[in-house]
Write a protein that binds this ligand. Structure first.
Ligand SMILES: [Zn+2]
Length: 282
């Protein structure tokens, strides 16, 4: 087990000088889980649920949300924080049937959900972190749309941000910047600079979509991290989407970056309403 700390790179307020604490699941565990993929979507969902439990998700906080369609459920682990303010951490568990193994898209993302729960759960958190494995992404964002639709307006107002990851490990971490909230994007840049972990900008507006867009429809701040470039894009939804396509060093770097990013956001992310008021005051 590793415990990492950083002093934040951009001391925009005294609060952001605070030390960020998180721990990392070993590379052996993360890689081992990545390699034990199933090609059946229902088994993939069950594996993530099992690893949530093994990573310390209490039974009362672990649930499944059945969808209307003949799809596996969304799988949800809540890590209660000191407040009701929520950060949603999401990745889809399903893959396109009968084309490749869907390891890159998106077993790489799904496997990080329990690993990140482990990373963030060693100490009390300010925000309540909700880790969601979405079903039916490849059917048209079905699971994430269902998830966000089934809140009341008051419940949705507690969601401060949504961090999504899809198709990691083809290379260094990339961010879909043109569809990311500026506050979340700036925070990512700070963490990348402090941790010296790479992040590039690769917009996929004309190539595809992601579960983060289900949240954008409700004006919830969101960001999607991936690893796709113009060159590697054809791997997705093709017979080449196999474990051999994953660059393990890059993949583990993405995990480290996202763990540190979430720990930072928990400390630094203020309610969207407060951010707006601050802007108006300047
Ligand atoms: Zn995907």
């Amino acid at each position: 087990m590793l415990i990492s700390c950083i002093a934040c790179a951009v001391p925009s307020s005294p609060q952001s000088l605070a030390q960020i604490h998180f721990r990392l699941q070993t590379r052996e565990v993360v890689e081992g889980r990545l390699k034990s993929f199933s090609t059946k979507n229902s088994e993939r969902e069950a594996l993530i649920r099992k690893w949530f439990a093994e990573s310390g998700c209490k039974r009362a906080n672990l649930s499944e949300q059945a969808l209307d369609h003949k799809l596996p459920s969304n799988v949800i682990c809540v890590l209660p924080g000191e407040t009701q303010q929520v950060i949603v951490v999401g990745a889809h568990t399903d893959h396109v049937d009968s084309v490749g193994d869907g390891v890159v898209d998106n077993w790489t993302g799904a496997v990080l959900l329990p690993a990140l729960l482990y990373s963030l759960s060693a100490q009390p958190r300010h925000h309540t972190l909700v880790f969601v494995g979405f079903s039916g992404e490849e059917e048209g964002l079905v699971g994430s749309q269902y998830y966000v639709d089934h809140f009341t307006n008051a419940q949705r107002a507690h969601i401060e941000g949504m961090v999504n990851f899809d198709s990691l490990g083809l290379g260094p971490t990339e961010v879909w910047a043109s569809h990311a909230d500026k506050v979340l994007l700036d925070a990512l840049a700070s963490v990348a600079a402090a941790s010296k972990l790479p992040v590039g900008t690769m917009n996929v507006d004309n190539l595809g979509t992601a579960d983060s867009e289900s949240f954008a429809r409700y004006q919830i701040r969101r960001i999607t991290l991936h690893s796709v470039t113009q060159k590697t894009w054809p791997i997705l939804h093709s017979p080449s989407d196999k474990i051999a396509a994953v660059k393990m060093n890059d993949y583990y770097d993405s995990y480290k970056l996202i763990a540190e990013y979430l720990a930072y956001l928990d400390d630094a992310l203020k309610p969207a309403a407060a951010t707006k008021a601050e802007k108006a005051a300047h």
